[in-house]
Design a protein around this ligand. Structure first.
Ligand code: SAM
Length: 266
């Protein structure tokens, strides 16, 4: 898989993460859905793997690449890792630092991109990159950098969006474009930047990471119910907070939209 061409990359709105104020922890904000609707699935997934591997996070280091406002980073820290988050957005980093301080969590937040991680080789026991790979300009470079900073035997956890007909219909048309239901801003995601599982497996193997597994996800409610929830939000009957209380992802074998996985550094 190649890096995205400029024409495709110019369509994604990564600038929205630089918006003023706290766009992450306000319960009535779109990005807070990462906490209420996505964290239960992805944190549940990584915690289960960590337990299954008898892996003890205490005394180990973890890096979250593309940490945004720290919604996942704080969960990684609570697992017991000595935690670092890195992101290109100054505003998001400021929010993340303030929230960690207010929560009494000791997390190091630094500015940078996944394409150029400012760490020596073999710095971390674990790297997380969740809901970020489909946003980056140069995916092969990000995977190579993640592999470089991982210690041999280290674990790489990720989740991302698959490039399928169904993901185009659900994640682009319904969630983002069709005004009847859309709850995401336009160009939050660009379908051509979504990643097929085989593509990520290929990149992992080219970069010294042994792919182990993928797991899919699905909404906790039926599709008609999901549409009715989204409609309530559009009509102003529900806030994002209401949406987050009722709608979340659960683990499933369905790999069509969001899937998670992990790999081990050789
Ligand atoms: C959907 S948010 C995910 C935030 C966080 N990982 C989470 O799930 O809570 C995407 C994040 O990727 C960051 N990002 C965009 N391009 C990036 C790049 N090239 N390298 C690292 N992070 C990037 C954005 O600034 C934003 O914070």
């Amino acid at each position: 898989m190649q890096k995205s061409n400029q024409n495709v990359y110019s369509k994604i709105d990564n600038n929205l993460y630089n918006a003023e104020g706290d766009i992450w922890w306000n319960p009535d904000s779109i990005l807070h859905l990462l906490k209420t609707s996505v964290n239960p699935w992805r944190v549940g997934y990584s915690s289960t793997i960590i337990k299954k591997l008898n892996y003890e996070p205490k005394g180990k280091t973890a890096l979250e690449v593309g940490c945004g406002g720290g919604i996942l980073t704080e969960e990684i820290c609570k697992m017991g890792f000595t935690t670092t988050g890195i992101d290109p957005s100054d505003n998001s980093l400021e929010t993340a630092r303030n929230h960690a301080a207010a929560s009494g969590l000791n997390i190091k937040y630094e500015k940078g991109t996944g394409e150029q991680l400012p760490y020596p080789d073999h710095s971390f026991d674990c790297v997380f990159c969740c809901d970020v790979l489909e946003h980056v300009r140069d995916l092969p470079k990000v995977i190579s950098e993640i592999s470089r900073v991982l210690k041999p035997g280290g674990i790489f956890f990720y989740d991302t969006l698959n490039r399928t007909f169904i993901s185009k219909l659900v994640a682009i048309k319904i969630w983002q474009e069709w005004k009847r239901w859309a709850f995401m801003p336009p160009n939050l995601h660009v379908w051509k930047m979504f990643i097929k599982p085989e593509e990520i497996k290929q990149l992992l193997s080219e970069n010294g990471l042994k792919w182990v597994e993928h797991k899919g996800s699905q909404p906790n409610v039926s599709i008609p119910k999901m549409l009715s929830y989204l409609r309530k939000r559009v009509k102003g009957e529900w806030t994002y907070e209401d949406l987050g209380k009722n709608f979340r992802l659960v683990e499933s074998n369905d790999m069509n939209i969001l899937y998670a996985g992990y790999a081990v550094k050789r």
